[in-house]
Design a protein around this ligand. Structure first.
Ligand code: UGA
Length: 446
């Protein structure tokens, strides 16, 4: 009989995972403690902007004409425990308030609620990003609390999806990593992922701690790569070099590679910043803090970029923001997402606003979330409207829409033709050709 799958937590990770499991042919039951979210998902409405996800939900959520009906949602943990052979834990693990460490309360809460209801054999699979050591602790807890005892097993299966590519990354992962304590769990997970394995996705089997560490190591490496190129941008600015050319040139070395070498205002979002901090905190608890002190530098290079953008903007408008209009293009932490969590763009907009600038923000998808975080900023309905009367335009999230802007048309509405590219993504020659003063981070002024 085909495995029945449940997904606990229907945020970014969970909603996508649930839809993807249905796409792979399984019967899926998704659970969330938030009834409003469940109601929305039951109507195949996605609580966030993620390309392709709504289509996938419509294809599988029960109740739609022509849908496979394989995907349902509930708020009942009883129902989940009864239904599933495999339970994926997809709740989030944010940074604790006022500390670097990871807040495990949602994961712990999910396991504590599920375990006493597990009366039949099941595999519980953690996907959330957790501090190393969590899986061993949770496995012990499951054994102790589940009525089915030894028939309940735990595996750790970290997720590597990127926002904006969540559906593709989940259906066609570039690797599948499973931390298991026995062969039975591995066998079940090979069955769950038979389709992507058949298509060639590497399947890496490890113990619990290694699987947990793979995730934090991968995000730490990516963060380090971005901060490395941003450190080079600082040196390029001091030496009159061009970081974009430098990145292109070193990227030709296959060992280095071209990806994740875009200098700019740095990384943000719900993952990279909090993951490197939680990793440092956990290494400290384990007595291995020295091994990760470099991540402190990675973090501070990254945070410095935001301040540097504010300085460039201040300098460009004559040394002070008072009475100056600043247009901000982009509010999300990256394009093709509506996520503004720890967004460098919004942080820069907020800092300038707090320093007396009149900031108007436009973002293709992130306006509602940005308004919630920063209600005191002004928001415009289009890029053109945001730029009306501006003394400087800041390009802070590299949406395709901004690359398609016509410098001449925008030039007609601004007070001063000045633009700063915080993402090194605009065509400098086109802007300069239309009479703009154009400056990008880590690149020569001229
Ligand atoms: C990141 C990882 O890339 C995923 O593999 C991982 O699964 C995910 O975190 C997670 O832990 O859940 P994501 O947060 O969606 O994914 O975003 P990224 O595409 O990694 O971008 C992160 C930030 O780095 C963005 O603010 C982006 O603008 C910035 N960035 C990226 C740069 O500044 N320069 C670059 O060259 C690349």
């Amino acid at each position: 009989m085909a495995l029945k799958i449940t997904v606990i937590g229907t945020g970014y990770l969970g909603a996508t995972h649930a839809a993807a499991m249905a796409e792979l042919g399984f019967e899926v039951l998704g659970l969330d403690i938030d009834p409003a979210k469940i109601e929305k998902l039951g109507r195949a409405e996605v609580p966030m902007y993620e390309p392709g996800l709504e289509e996938l939900l419509r294809k599988h959520v029960a109740g739609f004409e022509g849908s496979t009906g394989r995907l349902r949602f509930t708020t009942s943990m009883e129902e989940v425990a009864e239904f599933g052979d495999v339970h994926f834990i997809c709740v989030n693990t944010p940074q604790k308030h006022g500390e670097y460490a990871c807040d495990m309360s949602y994961v712990d809460g999910a396991v504590a609620a599920l375990a006493p209801l597990l009366r039949r054999p099941a595999l519980v699979v953690g996907k959330s990003t957790v501090p190393v050591g969590s899986a061993a602790r949770l496995a012990e807890q499951l054994r102790r609390l589940a009525p089915a005892g030894e028939e309940v097993e735990l595996a750790w299966n970290p997720e590597f999806l990127r926002e904006g590519f969540a559906v593709k990354d989940t259906l066609h992962p570039d690797r599948i990593v499973v931390g298991v304590a026995g062969e039975r769990a591995e066998k079940v997970l090979r069955e769950v992922y038979a389709t992507p394995i058949g298509e060639g996705s590497p399947f890496v089997v490890t113990d619990y701690p290694t699987a947990e560490l793979v995730k934090t190591a991968a995000n730490s490496f990516l963060a380090t790569k971005i901060s490395f190129i941003n450190a080079m941008a600082e040196v390029c600015e001091a030496a009159d070099g061009d970081v974009a050319k430098l990145a292109e040139a070193i990227g030709h070395d296959e060992r280095i590679g071209k990806k994740f070498l875009r200098a700019g205002i740095g990384f943000g979002g719900g993952c990279l910043p909090k993951d490197i901090r939680a990793f440092m905190a956990r290494a400290g608890e384990l007595g291995a803090d020295q091994a990760l002190t470099f991540l402190r530098e990675v973090d501070s290079i990254n945070m410095r970029r935001r301040g540097h953008m504010v300085e460039l903007a201040r300098e460009s408008v004559g040394g002070g923001f008072l009475g100056r209009r600043v247009a901000v293009l982009g509010a999300t932490f990256k394009p093709d997402s509506d996520d503004v969590r720890d967004s460098p763009a919004l942080n820069v907009a907020g800092q300038i606003h707090l320093q007396g600038g009149q900031v108007t923000v436009y973002d293709p998808k992130g306006m509602a979330n940005a308004r919630e975080v920063f209600p005191t900023l002004a928001y415009a309905a289009t890029a053109l409207d945001a730029c009306r009367g501006a003394h400087v335009v800041l390009h802070l999230t590299e949406w395709a829409e901004f690359r398609a802007l016509d410098p001449a048309a925008l030039g007609a509405v601004v007070a001063e033709r000045r633009i700063l590219d915080g993402r090194n993504a605009l065509d400098a020659a086109a802007w300069r050709g239309a009479g703009w003063s154009f400056r990008a981070m880590g690149r020569p002024r001229a």
